[in-house]
Design a protein. Sequence first.
Length: 251
Amino acid sequence: MTEPNRTEREFGVPFPGIILDQEKWTQTALKAVPDGHLNWPELFGRDAPVVLDLGCGNGRYLIGSALARPDHDHLGTDILPVVIRYARKRGNQRGLANLKFAVLGGWELLEKHVAPHSVAEIHCYHPQPYYDPAQVYRRLITPAFLALVHRALRPGGRFVIQTDNPGYWKYIRAVVPVFFDFHELSGKWPDSPRGRTRREIIATQKKLPVFRAEAEAKPDLSESDALSLAESLPPPTFDADRRLRELDKLA
């Protein structure tokens, strides 16, 4: 049984928060996503700014954000049940009532379950580049996806994106500014200089470049205009460079 008040580490880097006594644990599982749009005040029991993490992995970033910003509510999703199990367990052990995790794809979440202009932030760290040319259609960051992100965010809402794949980054730099005011970031995250995510920690320790940006939704871009722009932009058919696949096995 896990001991309370214990700090966990990944690759030598402390995981945010500590394990509390069991009577202070909570339930962070969103096991069944209802049909239609999620009702945020109903889900979290209050009205607060909502932060989404699409492809959240084991929840490192989102748990850290939920601890640091108790006045924000957080939802993380991933298509891999095993990583969501780890995320839920750690969220539960830290007693976080402003945090939920669900097994769900980012596209499906935004398309079917997020009302327009209802969230404050959307984060996407290290989306899978898919090296096999036959799999490139599965890449998450497409013009149509960015139109969904723009629709979900409140006016001026924030989109945070990060990757260690140079091909993906070149594509992101070309398409994201169509929908957002794009600000490329230099240096490390002030809140997590050793990495916000497990993947970033590994890449940083291997001295690989990590590319980051924060972007604000353009307030004068309508939903119909965003969809029209998405249809005019190229899909992400870049070469992801198969030599970079080794990092995926570690992350």
